[in-house]
Design a protein around this ligand. Structure first.
Ligand code: AMP
Length: 280
């Protein structure tokens, strides 16, 4: 596996990788790789062509009140993981390489990125869209791999690809969960036993809502109320939002259309912000 640190070297290597059979896949990450990332990378490798994994903690996706410096980093372990999984190249640029002095062009999706996390993190999706647009331009992949765990990112980046005519297939892989149901995430390993117990209320609430839908309850109001009630019983949890939405637009819907509706949740668990969702 090649470790690539500059845009020009990545462009050159990507041009060579694109001549191989099977199509080139890109898996963007912020590193600190866990089981969720591994499944995503594994799926990209299984697709057959070469795979580029980018590892870049994107300063633009952090608000001024968010702890960019405190984001977990484990580059050596991440590179070993990528090599083990059969990745062709890990793109690990510096901040200056991606955002050189004087950088002043941003990509803003103006609809799908507004609700849900867009309310409490108003500059986040601009940061994500700007970085992913740059990565698509640098790597030129045939496939872009994203996790369902970040459903609003998926919706925003699908819109970005369509609106800006990127010739890329967006492939979405299911959320990987720990045995107890908690969605795999970078913060999980830092949680105390007590915090973990409370965090489980999020996946339990989603499971309960899925059961209600299976039993024929389609009213979004009732589903949101139930999920909020379950999470509200845990003292460390502060719900930021619970919303039943259309997965393409992220707009709230009044009733679930089975198979074509999402329930999205964000909550503070003490100082840790957690998000999760379920396809209903
Ligand atoms: P991040 O490193 O948080 O930027 O995530 C990189 C990619 O991994 C994104 O497409 C995420 O949606 C995906 N991802 C993160 N956690 C999970 C998970 N638990 N299951 C599946 N994919 C995930």
């Amino acid at each position: 596996m090649e470790k690539v640190e500059t845009v020009s070297n990545m462009r050159a290597l990507a041009a060579r990788l694109r001549t191989r059979r099977g199509g080139l896949s890109l898996v963007p990450t912020m590193g600190a790789l866990h089981a969720g990332h591994e499944a995503l990378i594994g799926a990209a490798v299984s697709a057959g062509g070469p795979v580029v994994v980018s590892i870049f903690v994107n300063p633009l996706s952090f608000g001024s009140n968010e702890n960019f410096g405190g984001y977990p980093r484990s580059l050596d372990a991440d590179l070993a993981t990528c090599a083990r999984l059969g990745v062709s190249a890990a793109f690990v640029p510096s901040i200056e390489e991606i955002y050189p002095r004087g950088f002043s062009t941003y990509v803003t999706e103006e609809h799908v990125s507004k609700p849900l996390c867009g309310i409490s993190r108003p500059t986040h999706f601009r940061g994500v869209a700007t970085l992913v647009a740059k990565l698509l331009n640098i790597v030129g992949p045939d496939r872009l791999y994203l996790g369902q765990k970040d459903a609003q990112h998926v919706a925003v980046l699908r819109k970005l690809a369509a609106d800006l005519n990127y010739n890329v297939e967006v492939v979405v892989e299911p959320t990987v969960r720990e045995a107890d149901g908690l969605a795999a995430g970078v913060r999980n390993r830092d949680l105390t036993q007590g915090q973990k117990q409370d965090a489980l209320a999020i996946s339990k609430a989603l499971k309960r809502v899925e059961q209600m839908v299976d039993a024929g309850v389609l009213s979004s109001d009732r589903l949101v109320a139930e999920a909020t009630h379950i999470m509200g019983q845990h003292r460390r949890i502060r719900v930021i939002y619970v919303s039943v939405v259309d997965p393409a637009t992220m707009e709230p819907v009044r009733e679930v259309v089975p198979g074509r509706t999402l329930i999205c949740v964000a909550a503070w668990l003490d100082e840790v912000r957690l998000t999760d969702n379920a396809v209903l």
